[in-house]
Design a protein around this ligand. Sequence first.
Ligand SMILES: [Zn+2]
Ligand SMILES: [Zn+2]
Ligand SMILES: [Zn+2]
Length: 500
Amino acid sequence: MSVFEDSGKKRTEAADFDHMVEEAMAADAIPATREDAGQPLRMARFAPSPLLFTDYGDKVRDFKEIWELLASGCNAFFIDTEDEEDALMAAESIRRNPPSAYAPVFSSAPHGRRFEALVDGVSVRIDEALGKSEPLLRALREVNKEAVAKNSDFRLLAWFYMRQGVELKPLAAPKTDDIYGYPVAECLAAVGVDHKQWLDGLRVRGQLAQKRLVDRVRVCPKCSSPHLNFIDVCPNCRSIDISKKELIHCFTCGRVGVADLFVRDNSMTCPFCRAALRHIGSDYDHPLESFVCEDCAESFTESQVLTVCHDCGARNAPDELDVRTYFTYALTEKGQVSTRIGEIENAYALFDRLGVMSYAYFEQMLDWNIGMLRRYKNDPPFTLIALRFVNIDEIGDVVGNARTAQMIDALTVRLKNIIRTTDMVMRPSMDTLCFFLPHTDGEQSRIVTGRMEALRDDVVLKDAPKLRLSINTRTLPESPKEVCGEGSAKMLLLGMTANI
Ligand SMILES: [Zn+2]
Ligand SMILES: [Zn+2]
Ligand SMILES: [Zn+2]
């Protein structure tokens, strides 16, 4: 709530959201879950042997097996083992288990960087762990429980929300396929979901923001592997068999050769013209070229740098490599609100980035243009296009919210390239867009609709049904001489969007 403390207006908004949460909870009469407001802190301690004596009463329970830990119904965890493998397995299992995914987890010992990325603190005593868990659980009370129980997006948002101001950092794991990962997101992600795409989807939907650039990694443009070997090669034949050699340039005949060839009986003689070379600067010098290719005998100053992919063998110049950037992620204000009310803004709203105008204004603008056509019969024609994305909901059911949002984002970017800045856009319903193209006749509009139809093949999601589009087009006037006979913009718009 700290974000709302600054201004009066924001405080009102915060109060409104509180109200919405209360209302939602009352309406559905959600049964109290373990983490509910009234529930006290219950910590599960994972340890090979029980505590010898304890004065924590009901607060701490001991478990030897990970499955017991997960089934305990506890809302905080303390990993108290020396065994690195067990500790990591426990931390991963807690984060993978939906009811405990966002729970406070502390450890008595450090167990490597991945482990430390998954837990909330290491090298702490159990009483410290109890103390540090309290504020996290207090924050959890503000989170919408129903959304968190149902959906992994909200579990991740809850993880952020409970840890105010936390940044999710990429962790380098050099021996893995893609060098960097986000262990918490990786564990919380639904089965089969690429956690980096998931994070990016939440960023696209405004729930998370990229905070700090941590690294830039170059990967193979063919197979995306970051495991690359940089080699020096001959710029002429690309052989790697090159060596640095001292060269001599004979001033008498002007030829260049490897220094070894010039040395004879402790004096220097040009092997080509037999001239005696006594003084550097007047008889000979060392040219800049100092590499020699053993395969093609070319001599050169600078070798060429190539990268060879360890995984697929592709050879590329360094500037041909793809660049991956890794940022830390943080919860946005919008994300905080979503976490509390249990609703993420509809993915369709991403279409609004096309700069859509209101229905009323669009209609008015259209009316005016129809009027102009009636009055000035030689005015250039205009075209209206209604474009409906028929099966986005169906695709969403298969691939989930995050990837659907990414798809809509991709469609929006492509549509932006198709339309001109002078074209106007309006969204009459969730999945439909209306475009007004001034100075566009039937033939020109067919180019535009052709490009729109190509979106079907341009934006394809793996394992998802193919995108289906429905397009209606009207150009006015239909023939150069025809007087625009349409009744009104309202009728025209209704006619175009009704049966699409
Ligand atoms: Zn060569
Ligand atoms: Zn010579
Ligand atoms: Zn490769």
